[in-house]
Design a protein around this ligand. Structure first.
Ligand code: DAT
Length: 173
């Protein structure tokens, strides 16, 4: 079944600006902001809480089952710090947000991340882990890397993704 609305993944290291981008985009496009974090919590798609990392241990099979029907219908902006678990056939665009380490450091410190989690996330951003994961998991034409260091960049990104969305609708109508 072909979708009448596209599905977009907004991914990147925690603190890059996924949620902020998704909220703006949802307002502008009418697409649904699907916060995987919220689904994991509300539908209990996890195997418990990791004290050291202060985060849920996600059960990916349960998570995919929980969102499958909704995502297959199209029109979702998926907000999550991983992307390799979603089947290729579900996804039309993958946006990988990037940020400079000093900016990320400040954002994660503000969030009071434990030291180990802070360091691992900074390393992950420097090593481009999410960008690599996106490139390994999806066709290169649908993966876009965008900078998210300040409000101006966020505005530009949202404009660009909105323009892509309008074009997609035209092409698929
Ligand atoms: P994520 O969902 O990736 O964890 P977020 O949207 O919650 O990130 O953003 C983390 C914090 O950083 C939040 O206080 C908003 C701020 N922020 C994110 N992207 C930004 C940007 N491009 N310009 C200014 N502030 C930004």
């Amino acid at each position: 079944m072909s979708r009448t609305l596209p599905n977009i993944i907004i991914t990147g290291t925690p603190g890059v600006g996924k949620t902020s981008h998704c909220e703006l985009l949802a307002e502008r496009t009418g697409l649904k902001h699907l916060s995987v974090n919220d689904v994991v919590k509300s539908k209990e798609c996890h195997e418990g809480w990791d004290e050291e990392y202060q985060s849920w241990i996600v059960d990916e099979d349960k998570l995919l089952d929980a969102i499958e029907d909704e995502v297959k219908q199209g029109g979702c902006i998926i907000d999550w710090h991983a992307c390799d678990l979603f089947p290729k056939s579900w996804i039309d665009l993958v946006v990988v947000l990037r940020v400079e380490s000093s900016v990320l450091y400040d954002r994660l410190t503000e969030r009071k991340y434990p030291e180990l989690k802070l360091q691992e996330n900074l390393d992950s951003e420097i090593m481009e882990v999410l960008l690599q994961e996106a490139r390994d998991s999806y066709d290169e034409e649908i993966v876009v890397e965008l900078q998210s260091n300040d409000a101006e960049q966020m505005d530009e990104n949202v404009d660009r993704i909105e323009a892509w969305f309008k074009q997609w609708k035209e092409n698929n109508s």
